[in-house]
Ligand binder design. Sequence first.
Ligand code: CUA
Length: 338
Amino acid sequence: MDTRAESRTSTRRLARAAVLGVLPALAGCAGGAPSALDPAGTGAGRVADLWWVLFWISTAVFAEVMLVLAWALVFRRRRDARVRHGQPLRFVTIAGAGIPLVVLVTVYALGLRDLAALGDGPGPRATTIEVTGHKWWWEVRVAGVAGATANELHIPVGEKVRIRLRTADVLHSFWVPQLMPKTDLIAGEVRETWLRAERAGTYRGQCAEYCGTQHAHMALLVVAEARSDFDAWRARLGAPAAQPQTDAQRRGQQTFAQGTCAGCHAIRGTEAAGRVGPDLSDVGSRWSIGAGAVPNDGGHLGGWIANSQTVKPGNYMPPQPVDAERLLDLIAYLQSLK
Ligand code: CUA
């Protein structure tokens, strides 16, 4: 890399650090939030590049206007004859019409190019993942596989994966900032987008359309991994859930099947086949409880079962009147489902 290229890269890094540091501070966000300016996917990369073009154009225009303003403020006070006002008509034609025209046409052309690239989805044989938005969680299925999971989807890294989107109730919006721009979920319609992660990792997604009191707790996680790991995840989705191994887990399974849990939740390979709430066949391996509301550990799981309304008020799961011993069995059983 020559010196000029190096200095361009370091300027870009500096500007990026300033923007990434200042914007979240202005918005009051905590650190570690996923940023569309830190793309890891083909789609998000396009949007980020366009964003930087607009940023530099805006910066240049702002600097130019400030310079002209400073020039005017300095010279308007001088009454001596040395000040010449040039040719106002030429100045207005070039700076007021010519330059904006070039900028707008360039941005329009770049926008059209990126729009076409974002519309260039995967071929007919690509993996299809079906995502349904519910108040307030994401149901995730792989086309052709019987099972379901919630709030977490896996994709093979480096491949375009089709995401087929539906909503079970109101408007939601599927957004994984580091991978792809938003796609709205509209009642009665099947929408499609696609994801392609350029590097392995986990990427947080978020519902991006206000959908009720728990809109903020409607997160999902995209796990981009090697094709073999993805195939293993897909195989687990189609297989029965893990069998209980200890006495506590067996008692927990009984409580689950005989109590109210099975009325709303499914666990593959058991009699529990409810479709109101998330399928719990792999709940022990999930990254969170309540679509990003709390971490997935024994304490939070127990609190959620006993009274999830204190954790995520307004969600559709009523408090469960279960005694302490049966609660511990339930936790042991659910945590074993991996
Ligand atoms: Cu779903 Cu906001």
